[in-house]
Design a protein around this ligand. Sequence first.
Ligand code: SF4
Ligand code: SF4
Length: 382
Amino acid sequence: MRKKIALPTYANDIVGEIKRFDERDTTFAVHDLYRYYGEQSALFNEYFSSHSDLRKFYELQDAKLNLGATGKNDAPMFAAQFWALRMVSMERFVEGDPALRKTKMDPTRASEKIKRIGKFLGADLIGIAALKQEWVYSHVGSTNGDQPGFNVRGTAIDLSTHTSAITIGIHMDYDLMQYSPHFPELLATARGYTSTAWVSIQLAAMLRQWGYSARAHHFGNYQVLPVPIAVDCGLGELSRAGYLLTKEFGLGLRLAVITTDMPIAYDVPVDIGVQSFCEQCELCARYCPSKAIPHGPKQEFNGVMKWKLDEKKCYSYWAVNQTDCGMCMSVCPWTKPPTLFHKTMSKFASIKGPHQRWMAWADDLVYHNAKPKMKAADFMDC
Ligand code: SF4
Ligand code: SF4
């Protein structure tokens, strides 16, 4: 059941002020200090002088992390995807000047066109909402080491003139996800990120050619937090695993966002029953190899009661395993393939009740989540 609701389900969990997050504090941005700047740089020393507790941890992970290393002959496929992603992460691809003449369009028609074109370009899900400024990062953190074409680390972010956000989601390949935590799953992740990036830059460019300011935010160059924005846009709900959980694809979705000042009509958030299901399920927490996903009730983080993923634990497993793991996504009962059986069961899964615990248990039994699932992918050697 998909209930359209006035306020997103996380609104019930807001208990204090939500402060804008600094992208420099994300795991990837801190890792960049080792990867691009090094111990001799002023930026490195400035950051760790105020975060001395993190230095040992990141030093250890940096020495180990080599994502994709276990892919052997197939590792270049992963590298090629991220190479393409990095190309379209430059400022000139995500941002630009709008055309001088504005195309006048009824907001409802504009939304309809954007959503239809987004799907035509490859989006599996797309929704639109007002942009809340609390979901905009305060400062730029990930910049590929301030390479030419990228923003400079520490630049203050101002999207105050952007009133609207469009979220696109692209489904990750189900078969490759089943390999998690092994190398092929990493290809599903990379394909999801490159595909969302490609769609988002085209949509943002189209809005600019209609005469409006627009910026694409994708994995290689985010200035916003895509998950709560996707919830506002009605794509799904925030889950125990920390990802967006959708009725159509469970956790197996990658996101990009376009922010703009174009007047467009909004979608509404949805309640698909995730909060009560995740309360009873806990499969992702049980199978997480690094114990990064919490069991039990939500805890307060930055003004919101939520199940808070421990990114450092998750990241340390990536460094050991040389993949982005993905066990949480593959074991989630909602991520299973869209067979008639699953479509029928998902209707009951959305209804709050003790049967939700039983359904999670039955799913685990049917799919043997604990056993490695090594299906054949004929184009791969590993
Ligand atoms: S990706 Fe793996 S280590 Fe990270 S939270 Fe998910 S299951 Fe845990
Ligand atoms: S595995 Fe269970 S607890 Fe985790 S996100 Fe999916 S439904 Fe929620």
